[in-house]
Design a protein around this ligand. Structure first.
Ligand code: 8YV
Length: 310
């Protein structure tokens, strides 16, 4: 029996790619030109959350049946077109929640306690030679605001409780959560928070939700953490606020135009940066990859999908 042909747009762990190679003829995406002769045979795609499927790729694959996203974000896939063309879309919910929440807490501690500066001070042999890095800010007890109280938002809130942080959140509606206060207005949430963490989905609906006004409301003693999508924040306004000192600092795992990070952010001493690594652990990437493999297998065996969005 001939193997179904799929397109791998973003590399996955070798263990996972091995499974894909065993079950499919896998074409590793390089360019649109590469698709010219094979486009009509491609029935599935495996890709990353932020990478998604470029529109031109989607348009050039007439036989596409399924897009298996190795992540939870669907913002880089045209879901409307997928629905119209009866293309299934799957994601990897649940298995990356803990890692993303851990990264949010890691960025909070790293930013407020100045871990990168301390690390550099020791590494560069400055300890005992130059003045110590400036004092950090206390993490325990800080007022935490969470934008987007889905699985990740809740996992961050759960962790924050161990740090005695009062937690408030905003979402599309009041989720009536026992321990966390709902604040419908984002600006109001930012004003009453000392740390604002973004855990909302990306896409048109949340684009630049965190704008200049929200950043101003967070203020010079406030800290912004983003483990969701760069598009949720007006990055230029953020860079300007950091430069002017009207925002205390930012811990960022995601950016508007990855892998590009504005020079102003890279130069700022008020930020801690990560290259979109929130789900990047061996355990989680294996679990995510296995879900991708299982969803593809279910589709091609005509069985119900494990974690379908469409
Ligand atoms: C991954 C993500 O880094 O879940 C998502 O949507 O963006 C991240 O967890 C990504 O999917 C792997 O490329």
């Amino acid at each position: 029996m001939t193997k179904p042909e799929i397109l791998l747009i973003e590399p996955m762990m070798p263990e996972i790619e091995k499974q894909l190679d065993a079950a499919y003829t896998v074409h590793r995406f390089t360019s649109l030109a590469q698709l010219k002769d094979i486009a009509g045979r491609i029935r599935g795609i495996a890709t990353g959350g932020a990478t998604g499927v470029p529109q031109a790729v989607m348009d050039s694959l007439p036989a596409l049946e399924i897009i298996a996203i190795n992540g939870i974000g669907t913002d880089a896939v045209n879901l409307k077109e997928a629905r119209q063309r009866n293309i299934h879309v799957t994601t990897t919910p649940g298995v990356l929640t803990d890692d993303v929440a851990d990264m949010a807490i890691g960025l909070i501690i790293s930013l407020l306690r100045g871990l990168p500066a301390g690390d550099r001070y020791v590494r560069d042999g400055e300890w005992g030679q130059k003045a110590a890095p400036p004092l950090g800010r206390k993490v325990t007890g800080k007022k935490l605001g969470i934008v987007g109280m889905g699985q990740v938002g809740r996992a961050i809130a759960h962790r924050a409780r161990s740090f005695a942080m009062p937690v408030s959140y905003t979402d599309l509606r009041d989720l009536e959560l026992k321990d966390y206060a709902f604040v419908s207005d984002l600006k109001k949430l930012a004003r009453s928070s000392e740390i604002l963490v973004i855990a909302a989905s990306g896409g048109a609906g949340s684009r630049h939700l965190v704008n200049r006004e929200v950043i101003d409301a967070l203020g010079p003693d406030g800290f912004l953490i983003n483990v969701a999508r760069g598009s949720v924040v007006d990055e230029q306004a953020l860079a300007q606020a950091l430069d002017a000192g009207t925002l205390g600092g930012a811990g960022l795992d995601v950016f508007e135009h990855e892998p590009e990070v504005p020079e102003a952010l890279r130069q700022s001493s008020r930020v801690v940066l990560q290259p979109h690594r929130a789900s990047a652990t061996v355990e989680t990437r294996l679990a995510m990859g296995n879900l991708v493999v299982k969803n593809l297998a279910a589709h091609f065996a005509d069985e119900s999908l494990l974690t379908a969005v469409i």
